[in-house]
Design a protein around this ligand. Sequence first.
Ligand code: ZN
Length: 500
Amino acid sequence: MDKLQELETLLAEVADLAKAEAVLGWDQQTFMPPGGAPARALQSSLLSRLLHEKFTSERVGHLIDDLSAEMADLPYADDTAALLRVLKRDYAKALRLPAAFVGELSHASGLATTAWAQARAANDWHAFEPHLARMLELKQRQAEYIGYTTRQYDALLDDYEPDMPTSQVAKIFDAVRQELVPLVQAIQAETQRVDDAVLHRTYDGAKQWALAHDALRAIGYDFERGRMDHAPHPFCISFSNHDVRVTNRVLPNLFSSCLYSALHEGGHALYEQGSPDKFERTALSGGASLGVHESQSRLWENLVGRSRAFWEFFFPKFKKTFRKNAADMDAEKMYRAVNKAQPSFIRVEADEVTYSLHIMLRFEAENLLLENKLRVSELPTWWDEAMSSYLGITPPDVARGALQDVHWSMGLYGYFPTYSLGTFFSAQLFEQARKELGDLDAQFARGDFQTLRAWLQTKIYQHGRKFTLNELALQITGEPLQTRSYLAYLKKKYSELYGL
Ligand code: ZN
């Protein structure tokens, strides 16, 4: 058997193990009864150990090295060249972490996640503090194992956003923050101009679910290759490009939650369903990075779903389903309601304007903590001061402050920035799509989302993991990631909404 074929066969089994583990995880978060947890933890950890062993075998390493040398002349964009490039990166990182350390990390994060849930419920920072300190110390060690040139954060960020230096993120965030803070203040002075009371009326759950299905179908999510199930937190998960699932939840007194979660997770799902067959069971299947993935979810949720044109298309469906709640509404009023912006304590509830300020705060905190410039015990006070200076509000308690996110207890440091990087990239992409695709608003208003989706298929989905965010940005728009498009979009939209 030739070497490439041998490598592909070995890695196809690694991919199958990863997908099998994903099925177990999906079941755990949707249908598994609580009693299943201990056995499931054993089953999942066995699969992840087998996967790690299979992937880090010496044979795999030799094959990657030999093939990389033999195929060094292939063009950068060639599928095999890209596969070897991605594998080399994944393999080196997997090898650098000692198995004992991986076990230690997973054990500590299990304890920390449970402690976090209890501490948040009890509004008790001190109960969580030792766990956060422990996780921080482990992540510092992880950064040392992985290696970095200038900052520890580079090593951690690279897990989620390959080849994106911390310095680029810091520069982008500083520039955006200077524009966002005054915009938030201006909006707050005019807050009564947008009325979102309609979203807080009572909405039947089954009918909300049906509307979310309609929205998913409209944007092109394929229910022959996917399904939507109930879960406490909405997410998207892929078992292959022909089985990409989303989850959602219904809040009876917040209409926007189920619909916009469907569009958000639907955006992730279109990307996964669009991953080409030729990449299945290889390291190139799926999305390029968390940031690129988030650009797809935000694009459908906000740039499409929170547009005036979308509501011209969707309002008749909304009215037919919720005749009483819609009686005093029209498309324009719904458009305004779903775009109300106001500072709030909880990141996941934040609107388009304030969202990135929540992210910047976390990015700064992570860097200060990692570099030992901020002690874990000082974090809640630091957090409250940062919230006050960015958003003009102070959390009433630590549960709505420094304790609100699960990420740090799970060991996810360097993850938060990808939410904002994706948001910025979504606007950059959308601006380009407008240039190339003619009148997108007219298309959306008549329910045509196919033109945009086909464009994304060509520009993004078909490449799988071949290129990084900056490479894709350059190919598609002629420049690396920029925030000009995002700021222009926000300012235009919200100046008009709030009469600024
Ligand atoms: Zn997302």
